[in-house]
Design a protein around this ligand. Structure first.
Ligand SMILES: *Cc1c(COP(=O)(O)O)cnc(C)c1O
Length: 354
């Protein structure tokens, strides 16, 4: 437990909830009444406050807009059947946020601002957590550089904010995926493991080109041979071959260490599956497919939890999966839902009470 810091709060005069029903809201479009904002200057975090959600006033020379020191996180809060609010694994996001910060040459954010600030903000806006099945409150912490000057160097000032968005349900429709052989998302030594804004900016064209060809997203491959598999769109990827589960390993730093990825691995092992975290290349998939042992492929991430892949295209080979009859992915998804709903004991202490 950390000491509760005193965060000054300015409340809204009237809640926007009066005119909004928390049902079937699209992802990330509506925001709660309040936000948290902190400023970094002179080597320290100062002026942390919770205030009404509002636009920011930004100088046109703002460093983040030009040189991209900008990182973020995505976390979810839920309410259980009794109306208790909790957040799923926020400490893992907190640690990852600071890894992203270090890689982008930004200051880390202390636990009392990130975790305790988030807790106080959610507590204040707890009416905004939907209590409907498959609905949640999406939490978006983010940080960006705020020096106003065009010289290229790490900024000396930053803003850290947390905003909250009620959403759901998220229908993860099975995806058609094309193996990417031209563009690259991440290379060894790069920034692929950090959740920085530029990774998203750099990936959009590949997804747009894939969409023009009738695919939902791409399966990213390595920068050198375009053979070694990394992630599917902005999700981690899992393959089931011959009843074994394989997911790309993290050691090269080209893959974002997903919290959902980690949860899925732990649950799979608990359910008795063999999970291999290792390098895997596209030839292994195509050979398994031809032999009839490639059973399932799916992506994992906070927004969708698990999204099935129904079609995977590599060169002339179109691999198809009978998503209505896969076993493993729905089983893991249900297990994670049951932990969240309190039907299965939270033995890893993933649930953080508000
Ligand atoms: C956020 C993200 C993921 C998923 O991480 P979770 O912690 O499971 O939400 C996977 N890949 C990329 C590139 C991401 O940015």
């Amino acid at each position: 437990m950390i000491d509760a810091i005193e965060i000054p709060v300015t409340r809204v005069k009237e809640s926007k909830l009066k005119t909004l029903a928390l049902e079937n809201l699209p992802f990330g479009k509506y925001f709660t009444d309040h936000m948290l904002e902190a400023e970094y200057a002179d080597g320290e975090w100062k002026s942390v406050e919770i205030k009404p959600y509002q636009p920011l006033e930004l100088d046109p020379s703002l460093a983040a807009l030009h040189y991209g020191q900008a990182i973020f996180e995505g976390i979810k809060a839920y309410k259980d059947a009794e109306g208790n609010a909790f957040v799923f694994r926020p400490y893992d996001n907190f640690r990852r946020f600071n890894k992203s910060a270090e890689r982008m040459n930004m200051p880390t954010v202390p636990e009392d601002i990130f975790i305790e600030g988030m807790r106080q903000l959610i507590e204040l806006d707890s009416n905004w957590i939907p209590s409907i099945k498959e609905h949640s409150l999406y939490i978006r912490p983010f940080m960006f550089s705020t020096d106003t000057m065009l010289g290229v160097r790490p900024s000396e000032t930053y803003k850290f904010l947390i905003i909250l968005s009620p959403t759901g349900p998220y229908f993860a429709t099975p995806m058609k995926i094309a193996v990417e052989e031209q563009y690259t998302r991440a290379a060894a030594g790069g920034v692929g493991f950090s959740k920085n804004a530029g990774n998203y900016g750099g990936s959009m064209l590949a997804a747009t080109v894939a969409k023009q060809k009738g695919y939902d997203q791409v399966l990213w491959t390595d920068a050198v041979e375009h053979k070694w598999l990394q992630e599917v769109g902005m999700m981690n990827v899992f393959f089931v071959i011959d009843n074994k589960v394989i997911t790309p390993s993290l050691e090269e730093g080209t893959i974002l260490a997903g919290v959902t990825r980690d949860s899925v691995i732990k649950v799979l092992k608990e359910l008795g599956y063999t999970v291999e975290e290792r390098k895997i290349n596209i030839d292994e998939l195509t050979e398994a497919y031809k032999k009839g042992t490639f059973q399932e492929a799916f992506g994992t991430g906070t927004a969708a939890t698990i999204a099935l892949i129904k079609e995977l295209k590599y060169k002339d080979l179109v691999m198809q999966f009978d998503v209505d009859n896969v076993e493993l992915a729905p089983r893991v998804k249900q297990h994670l839902t049951d932990i969240r709903d309190g039907k299965i004991a939270d033995k890893y202490e993933w649930l953080f009470k508000i």
